[in-house]
Design a protein around this ligand. Structure first.
Ligand code: NDP
Length: 608
């Protein structure tokens, strides 16, 4: 993560650069301040009570029932997204066969099961984002896969590793309790199950719980409403590839302009009679440049190419140096620019401050390009201006799209910029911003997912470990783990989450490394006849201290950013530093896990 640069006299000539770094820094600060609000994360509503129907599964037939299970399995994996599937696959490779997936949705896929909105697409290159490509023997059709292809790949993984066998779909875990007498976890679900498992992998997903904006009057709206992660094709018509013919006589309002909205707005604009896009903070929209897979390139791939490509990308986007850039897209382009400046200036012994300044200038340059792109692609100068992001590139998830900005040239599409404030009110018939009420038939919430809330709230169940201690209690003052994965007092339980682990833009890469690690530990337990494996208190304490210490470095940068889920809605200081990812970067984290396995002594874990 880049460092923030405060009040540094620029060594660069504004005329040469074409912009004044001081003025830009001040503009960024002013734009951030416009968006800051005292309620931070509390501005969002939990999706329950009168809003609970917004998270019903629209993709299954109603009325599913089955007999409750009161049996025992070797490993229960909670969540059947890429995390659960990778855990299942790596455990299968390690010789474990008795694996049960438990999943709230009606099938595997996780994020890609739920997010079927029109235009849903992977924003990381598919050749590195889709896991287990060599194992499954699949090459994606395009550089950036659309959602149906990714969902089909999730299913292919489940087929290949027999993970459909015994899987429990449409099933939510309601409680999980360690039974000392049998050294097993007892897992209860909303289907009346009470099953036992020796090991549990919790692959609940980091962005699994939709969140609602706490806008006054939102409960009074009488028109149709849905969240983008539960797209209502009965209402809109069509499918994820478009043809939304149900909207041709409808006035649509969409709240949110993050990565999801950027992908579905072009489809809404194409079909809706009228589309209002309510914006609080614009996203940065760089070139997408999707293209079909080159068969010649595929023919030349050598075994091991997939891991190599994932590592190459991850090295570059983590600020590391690699001889070549295999992915060569907007993600690596940003980093290439930053590194080029540093390398070209022939100053090998740069101080961290000097490096920080150069990175900031490279970031300004990149964002100037992004802002110029809005001018190029949007006809109306006022709308183009409103679509320009004024913050550093990695303050928010960067977006890449070739049709989003031109959508605002359509006569039926209007950008309603709220200047960082969000919409004022929702009425029975529309949305109010300032003095204007925009009448709509349908309100689409592209407002994202809970990030800063408690782990157990997002999981939907608490975990009761040794001595009746609840995970929510143990983590009340911040997360406590070894490697983000094991908790003292919570034996035989693996957590798959980016917190206290290696954050990367290519999330399946982390899940793959965690799965390999989990499979190694489970296999070692089987080979050595260990019934129980658990982090020692000392190892856990040491890891928490490491996480907190390294996190302090990122804090200054996050404070300079516009609010969002990356910086705890503008209050990075109020998020417990313990809940951060490993600050040494994901590549260092993966190397650390690999070295730990190579040592072969389960350092920091106690076994029985
Ligand atoms: P985000 O959290 O990124 O965006 C939510 C949007 O809702 C923001 O624009 C936010 O504005 C806006 N918002 C919230 N409350 C209000 C309000 N009261 N008034 C007006 N606007 C409001 O959610 P997304 O679903 O877009 O994306 C979530 C994440 O999912 C991404 O960051 C990315 O990691 C992932 N994703 C990945 C994709 C992929 O291809 N791999 C595709 C899509 C998503 P503000 O910015 O001001 O907070």
């Amino acid at each position: 993560m880049p460092e923030a640069t405060e009040n540094v006299t620029p060594k660069y000539d504004p005329e040469e650069l074409g912009f004044d770094p001081d003025a830009l820094r001040e503009k960024y600060r002013a734009e951030r301040d416009k968006r800051l609000r005292p309620d931070g994360n509390d501005q969002y509503l939990e999706v329950n009570g009168e809003f609970a129907h917004l998270v019903d599964d629209p993709y299954v037939a109603p009325g599913f029932t089955r007999e409750p299970l009161h049996d025992e399995v070797e490993v229960v994996v909670i969540g059947a997204g890429f995390g659960g599937l990778l855990a299942g696959a790596r455990l299968h490779e390690a010789g474990v066969r008795d694996i049960r997936l438990i999943e709230r949705g009606g099938d595997v896929g996780g994020t890609w099961y739920w997010n079927r909105y029109p235009g849903a697409q992977c924003d990381i290159e598919s050749y590195i984002y889709l896991p287990l490509l060599e194992e499954v023997g699949y090459i994606p059709k395009e550089k950036y896969s659309f959602a149906p292809e990714i969902l089909a790949h999730a299913s292919a993984i489940a087929e290949k590793y027999d993970l459909y066998d015994g899987a429990c779909f449409q099933t939510e875990v309601t409680a999980m309790e360690w039974d000392e007498a049998s050294s097993r976890w007892i897992i209860s679900t909303n289907r009346g199950d009470r099953m036992k498992a020796r090991f549990v992998c919790m692959a609940n997903g980091p962005l699994n719980r939709p969140k609602l904006p706490g806008i006054a009057g939102i409960e009074t709206f009488k028109g149709h409403t849905f969240h983008t992660s539960r797209w209502d094709y009965d209402y809109t018509g069509g499918s994820s590839s478009g043809d939304l013919t149900g909207l041709t006589d409808k006035r649509i309002g969409i709240i949110g302009t993050g990565a999801t909205a950027v992908q579905c707005v072009p489809y809404l604009g194409q079909y809706a009679k009228q589309l209002y896009v309510f914006q609080r903070t614009p996203s940065s929209i760089d070139v997408r440049g999707n293209k079909p897979t080159d068969s010649e390139w595929v023919a030349g791939l050598e075994p091991g190419w997939h891991q190599h490509r994932m590592e190459n990308f991850n090295t570059l986007v983590s600020g590391g140096i690699a001889d070549e850039d295999l992915v060569r897209d907007g993600w690596t382009d940003i980093i290439r620019n930053l590194l080029l400046i540093v390398r070209n200036e022939d100053e090998p012994d740069l101080s961290p401050e000097a490096l920080g300044q150069k990175m900031e200038v490279a970031d300004f340059q990149k964002m100037e390009q992004i802002r110029a792109r809005a001018n190029e692609l949007v006809d109306d100068p006022q709308t183009a201006d409103a679509l320009k992001p004024w913050y550093r590139q990695f303050c928010k998830r960067p977006c890449f799209h070739d049709d989003y900005l031109p959508t605002f040239n359509l006569p039926n599409v209007e950008l309603i910029d709220t200047h960082g404030k969000g919409v004022d009110r929702v009425t029975e018939t529309g949305i109010v911003v300032g003095d204007t009420e925009y009448e709509i038939d349908c309100l689409i919430l592209a407002t994202g997912f809970e990030v800063g809330t408690d782990y157990t709230r997002r999981a939907g169940y608490d975990i009761v470990g040794r001595g009746g201690v609840r995970l929510s209690e143990k983590w009340a003052d911040g997360m406590r783990t070894l490697h983000g994965m094991h908790g003292h007092g919570f034996p035989n339980c693996f957590i798959m989450s980016p917190a206290q682990a290696g954050f990367t833009a290519n999330f399946p890469h982390l899940l793959n490394e965690q799965s390999t690690h989990i499979a190694y530990i489970v296999k070692t337990c089987a080979e050595s006849n260990y019934r129980v494996v658990e982090a020692t208190q000392d190892a856990e304490d040491e890891w928490v201290e490491t996480i907190s210490r390294l996190n302090r470095r990122a804090r200054k940068f996050l404070e300079s950013c516009t609010p969002g889920y990356y910086n705890n809605e503008g209050k990075p200081g109020e998020r417990n530093g313990q809940n951060a990812p490993f600050g040494g970067g994901s590549m260092a984290f993966f190397a650390l896990l690999k070295e730990w396995r190579a040592e072969g002594n389960m350092n920091g874990l106690e076994t029985q």
